[in-house]
Design a binder for this molecule. Structure first.
Ligand SMILES: Nc1ncnc2c1ncn2[C@@H]1O[C@H](COP(=O)(O)OP(=O)(O)O)[C@@H](O)[C@H]1O
Ligand SMILES: [Mg+2]
Length: 248
């Protein structure tokens, strides 16, 4: 049975897409068949691997899902492209609201083929993120090392709690990853201490450093592991992947 990781945080710019793409790439590098599902209308996870966004989101299109999958140059990594259409977003959310569990159903049916599925969520704790959580087995939450890192997470945590209560034993918190970590900043140390104190052992030991290679990689349609394999960012994501695999 594959693991489905929902990469979510209601804040934007915290490293969700970057983490979804690079963890997916790291898993593929390890020989694991991995699917990256883009649920964000910004489609950055899609374009970050050089894939074109879909005219209609594959989750609500008439086309069978497997026909929408795009194989990346990494072989083991496939992308289910996002769509920029706000209407599609509303349709996915509406379907989830009516309990038709579009995402959950699709993922459950397709799961046998995948070792891992990562879902890149939009920056909100709204219906789309809720639908993604409902279809996932785990949450992977990036938190950026900045002021107010924890502020505004209340709504997100409330949604997670609700989905967990709706389906006991299915969804777990695989972990929190600190991103854009700068060891030379006192602020980073303060935020890290605060997050570790608040969330305890669900915070991954690996932190992802602020590294320009990480931000450059998508413009080369690559993960940082392929774009700059020796960079600190690539090393961090490789270690994070090992931790993610260990928490099975
Ligand atoms: N470790 C990092 N080092 C440097 N830049 C980063 C790092 N992680 C993310 N970024 C940059 O920060 C911005 C926001 O990251 P992104 O993953 O798109 O966040 P989100 O998906 O949460 O909105 C992007 O421009 C990305 O390239
Ligand atoms: Mg994003």
């Amino acid at each position: 049975m594959g693991r489905i990781l929902c990469v979510a945080n209601q804040k934007g710019g915290v490293g969700k897409t970057t983490t979804a793409c690079n963890v997916a790439a790291g898993l593929a590098h390890a020989g694991l068949r991995t699917l990256l599902v883009d649920l964000d209308p910004q489609c950055n996870a899609t374009t970050g691997f050089g894939v074109a966004p879909a005219a209609v989101h594959p989750l609500v299109s008439e086309t069978p899902l497997h026909e929408s999958l795009v194989e990346t140059s990494l072989g083991n990594l496939f992308v289910l492209p996002g769509s920029r259409s706000v209407r599609d977003v509303e349709r996915i959310a509406a379907a989830a609201r009516q309990g038709s569990a579009v995402l959950e159903g699709h993922l459950a049916r397709g799961l046998a083929a995948w070792d891992y599925c990562l879902i890149d969520c939009p920056p909100s704790a709204g219906e789309l993120t809720r639908a993604a959580l409902a279809g996932s087995t785990e949450i992977l939450m990036p938190i950026q090392c900045e002021y107010f890192a924890l502020e505004g997470l209340t709504q997100m945590i409330e949604v997670i709690r609700e989905v967990m209560q709706e389906r006991p034993g299915r969804l777990s918190f695989s972990g929190i990853v600190l991103t854009m970590h700068d060891a030379s900043l006192e602020l980073t140390a303060e935020v890290e201490a605060e997050v570790r104190d608040f969330f305890g052992e669900i915070v991954f030991e690996t932190v992802v450093p602020r590294d320009v290679a990480v931000s450059e990689a998508p413009s080369h349609a690559q993960s940082v592991l392929d774009y700059a394999p020796r960079s600190p960012g690539a090393r961090a994501y490789t270690e994070l992947v090992m931790e993610v695999r260990d928490c099975e």
